[in-house]
Ligand binder design. Structure first.
Ligand SMILES: Cc1ncc(C[n+]2csc(CCOP(=O)(O)OP(=O)(O)O)c2C)c(N)n1
Length: 938
């Protein structure tokens, strides 16, 4: 025997998979514990005695879905599944009786577990086939949780655990919703034949599916649903269930704006409209609010945003509801609903990233319902070319999410599937997927010809009667409704739409902003004009800052921090005491803690943010013996606000979308996303283009999201050096002229002192409006002694300065050359100036690049009366960094102040394909040349 094998005993430990929080840090909640009784001894014995039957039953549970008739068009690959044949397990006599106790669930688990239950084989087979090979197919046997598998088998097999649609009223309601949906599409086709409406036709069951979900969720106490969805059937859902006035849609279709023109915004297209109605379901005590979020065209991007908004809403509630453990869990009152298309659900990477967040402590929302409206095609691409997996839902297996496939031709089964899915989500607070298999009656839109590419599929589709017509027929035949009631339902809706169309002419759009939690805030365009409003006093009293600073490094008595962190703690305390030499991380902690004392919450999310990429933050401390975690600002500071340190998965796209969603929910939370290195934001570019830079003008949505993007050339090569300032500045809508445009879509800053960073963070919350803030954040400056600040620089009366004049120039008249720059290069230039005794050079730091600080720069340039040379220096290559943004603006400004003959000169690296070289000696030589360039002859 090889040494060691004997001692390698397996020890299985139960682990929740989540960190143990010493101080019940904000944002962390244990989930509700759910358990299912295990098999009794008698049941276990029976499972052994009837092992072939057990294998057969489990096979049906596992493979039944492969044979189930779930596809209305029969395109989906189906097969004769050998594993479903009982004779393969030696089960041949249909009359033979078997004890099914512990094998088949005929009663709830744990009820009378000792009593034998005798069933004939034929009955077992027919019961199981009716459950597993019907019009709903189930995939749940892949779950690693015995509890979840048992729960599912039990619920599905022991008959009436799910009520389904039982009453005539229930059926009539489904009929009405289907008929109205079809009437809507037909009306649109007649009145607006040239509009791409992305009809729901073929997939009308989506509407009763939504209705069933809202009803069961409301019954279970959910008060708010956050809904992210794309184009397909959006208009049907908006006008049919979500109370969006059809007259508003028709007004928009006539070419008008959906919001008041006076706002002067770009607004958006019809397929991105949104609504947040409060729905009251009959017999339910409380109404349910459904917030369908506006969405961009980029498929699936909205889903991460919906997750973040859901989580932020929950935590606002959890804070105000009782704090007692066991009292309120994520998902109790707020639910995330994500609607997907089949092609985008399989194709878009953000789905995988979003699913990956679903069970993480700082990202879970307590279970999303995913409904894939699967019309077996995406644009012109059929499922066979769109995915490598059998089902479009297979990506869900990465988190072992159960999947229900349901045939969209049968709306009552659809409603039942939805009810089951909600039951699971509500019980386990985990994600579940409903694959609603339908078809698409027209092309991708109604102006397309689908038979160019799918002639056979469309031959089938064109031969079919519509889903509403089939259901209507069924109800007429079984006498639930009469033919005349059916046609009066359609007529009534048509009349309503006709009246709405007539009313569209007198429709006046409303501005759905500054409501609810946002009601105390201002609209930026109006508010930003006031200097005080856009740059308020963000200073804080000395004593308060010291209190916060001390709390930020308070280590609980029972806690053993890493020995090297004692220095971190000691240095901070020393600096606070002296009121001098406060470093970047300290300034940040002071901003966070002082905001928390003012009642704001802070959430910082990203990879390894608790410690900080550069080991600078240490906002969470880890006990060296037990690995428990404490967040000193929560544990030691008395404040109404709390901080959530959300160490994320290795995702940028979904996580940034998530944080953006957080920023939409509440103006009184400071949401921050930090990239590990600045350039990694580019994996989340869609969120930046379609949300961060444009939501205010498209959807009247403000956001105070802060992005921290470590930036600066320090020899780390092409990919770790640049936060691509040039791209951010290109996305800014800052005015190209020297007229100051204070109302930009987002602020882009490159601060050089901890105090400036402190003020920027506080400014985000202290303004009466919200704007995204993009920070080119430091790496080298985090520990540079020259880049420290004093408490006095953060005292009451101080603010962020968009431009920093040269503090070392005592006699301005002696300065003949003005060197303008942004960022850390400043400290290298100061050193070089001293070395060269170049006292004629003044270094002017442009700390805020968007909006370009025209008036501050103008008065600084004016104050240097003898300046004759004007230089812009940057370490980034000429085609990158801030140069392309600043050159016209600064050149015009210099000419305006100093006369037409004055030129602005560029000094820096030449154009390059990369932000920085990978060879260190080349980097060193280039850097030296850039620094020298600022002082050499022009
Ligand atoms: C990220 C992204 N890529 C491409 C498109 C263009 N596009 C719009 S709809 C569509 C097909 C979507 O198919 P599916 O998700 O199955 O939804 P369906 O339209 O069939 O309901 C495509 C490719 C897009 N909107 N977003």
């Amino acid at each position: 025997m090889r040494a060691g094998i004997r001692s390698a005993r397996c020890v299985y430990r139960r682990s929740s998979g989540t960190r143990n929080y010493h101080d019940h840090s904000y944002g962390f909640r244990h989930s509700r514990q759910v358990d299912q009784p295990d098999y009794s001894a008698t049941q276990l014995a029976n499972r052994t005695a009837n092992a072939p039957l057990l294998r057969y039953v489990d096979s049906l549970r596992t493979h039944g879905h492969r044979a189930a008739r779930i596809d209305p068009l029969d395109i989906l690959q189906r097969e004769e599944v050998a594993a479903l044949d009982p004779s393969r397990y030696g089960l041949v006599d249909g009359h033979q009786k078997y004890d099914v106790n512990g094998i088949l669930w005929t009663k709830p688990v744990g009820v009378n577990p000792e009593a034998p239950v005798e069933w004939a084989l034929a009955d077992i087979v027919s019961h199981l086939r009716s459950v597993y090979v019907g019009r709903i197919a189930y995939e749940y046997m892949h779950s690693p949780s015995k509890t979840e598998r048992l729960w599912f088998s039990n619920m599905l097999e022991s008959a009436d655990a799910v009520s389904g649609v039982k009453t005539a009223e229930g059926r009539e309601r489904i009929h009405r919703l289907l008929a109205e949906s079809e009437t809507f599409d037909q009306f649109m086709q007649t009145k607006f034949p040239n509009v791409k409406r992305y009809a729901l036709e073929g997939g009308e069951s989506m509407i009763p599916a939504m209705d069933a979900l809202f009803r069961v969720a409301s019954q279970a106490g959910v008060e708010h649903i956050i809904l992210g969805m794309a184009h397909r059937g959006r208009l049907n859902l908006l006008t049919g269930l979500l109370e969006y006035p059809a007259r508003a849609l028709f007004d928009k279709l006539k070419g008008n704006s959906e919001v008041p023109e006076e706002l002067g915004v770009s607004a958006d297209i019809i397929n991105h409209l949104y609504a947040s109605p409060t729905l009251q379901y009959e017999g339910h005590a409380r109404p349910i609010k459904v917030s369908m979020l506006p969405n961009p065209s980029h498929l699936e991007a909205i889903n991460a945003v919906a997750l973040g908004k859901t989580r932020a809403k929950q935590f606002a509630l959890l804070k105000t509801l009782s704090q007692e453990p066991g009292d309120c869990f994520p998902g109790d009152k707020v639910m995330c609903l994500q609607l997907h298309g089949d092609a985008s659900f399989t194709g878009q990477g953000i789905i995988m990233e979003g699913l990956g967040l679903s069970n993480l402590p700082h990202y879970t929302v307590g279970g999303s319902i995913h409904l894939v409206v699967n019309n077996s095609i995406g644009y012109t691409t059929p499922g066979s070319n769109a995915r490598s997996s059998l089902y479009c839902s297979d990506i869900g297996k990465m988190i072992n999410a159960p999947v229900l496939h349901v045939n969209g031709d049968h709306p009552e089964d659809v409603a039942r599937a939805v009810e089951i899915a909600f039951k699971y989500r509500n019980h386990f607070r985990k994600d579940i997927i409903i694959d609603l298999i339908v078809y698409r009656r027209w092309g991708h839109n109604e102006l397309d010809e689908p038979a160019f590419t799918q002639p056979l599929m469309y031959e089938k589709i064109r031969a079919r009667r519509s889903v509403p017509a089939l259901y209507e027929n069924q109800l007429i035949e079984d006498k639930t409704i009469t033919a005349s009631t059916a046609s009066s339902v359609r007529e009534a809706y048509k009349t309503l739409l006709t009246n709405e169309l007539a009313a569209a002419d007198g429709y006046t759009p409303r501005a759905p902003m500054l409501q609810g939690q946002w009601s105390g805030l201002a609209w930026p365009k109006d508010s930003v004009k006031e200097e005080k409003s856009r740059n308020p006093d963000t200073g804080v009293e000395n004593a308060k800052l010291v209190e916060v600073g001390k709390a930020s490094v308070t280590v609980p008595e029972s806690f053993e921090i890493h020995p090297r962190l004692s220095r971190h703690v000691g240095n901070r305390l020393k600096a606070l005491e002296a009121g001098q030499k406060l470093d970047w991380a300290t300034a940040e902690a002071l901003a966070f803690g002082s905001l928390m004392q003012d009642g704001y919450d802070v959430r910082i999310s990203g990879q390894d943010v608790g410690r900080g990429t550069f080991s600078q933050r240490h906002a969470m401390l880890v006990d060296q013996k037990s690995e428990t975690v404490t967040v000193p600002l929560n544990a030691a500071l008395k404040s109404e606000g709390r901080i959530e340190l959300a160490n994320s998965s290795l995702s940028e796209y979904a996580v940034l979308g998530f944080e953006y969603g957080v920023s939409w929910e509440r103006p009184n939370i400071l949401p921050i996303w930090e990239a590990q290195f600045g350039d990694f934001f580019n994996g989340a570019q869609i969120i930046i283009d379609t949300f961060i830079s444009s939501s205010e003008t498209k959807w009247l949505k403000q956001s105070g999201l802060v992005l921290l993007l470590p930036h600066g050339l320090d020899g780390a090569g092409a990919e770790h050096s640049s936060s691509r300032l040039e791209r951010w500045l290109q996305l800014s809508n800052d005015a190209q002229s020297v007229e100051e445009n204070v109302n930009v879509n987002m602020h882009v800053v490159f601060p050089t002192t901890p105090a400036q960073y402190f003020h920027l963070l506080r400014r985000q919350m202290k303004r009466p409006f919200r704007k995204p803030l993009i920070v080119a954040a430091p790496k080298a400056l985090l520990r540079l002694p020259a880049a420290t600040s004093s408490l006095a620089e953060m005292a009451p009366g101080t603010t962020f300065s968009p431009v920093l004049d040269d503090p070392h120039v005592s006699n301005k008249a002696s300065a003949t050359r003005l060197v303008f720059l942004s960022g850390k290069l400043y400290y290298d230039l100061v050193k070089e100036r001293t070395a060269r005794s170049a006292s004629s050079v003044a270094l002017i730091r442009v700390e805020e690049l968007s909006p370009f600080p025209v008036s501050a720069l103008r008065s600084i340039v004016q104050s240097y009366e003898n300046a004759t040379e004007f230089v812009w220096v940057q370490e980034e290559p000429k085609n990158q960094g801030a140069w392309s943004h600043v050159q016209d603006r600064l050149r015009t400004l210099v000419k305006e102040v100093k006369g037409d003959e004055k030129e602005l000169v560029f000094r820096g690296r030449k154009e390059d394909a990369v932000p920085a070289p990978g060879v260190s000696k080349h980097y060193q030589a280039q850097q030296k040349a850039v620094i020298a360039g600022a002082f050499e002859e022009l």
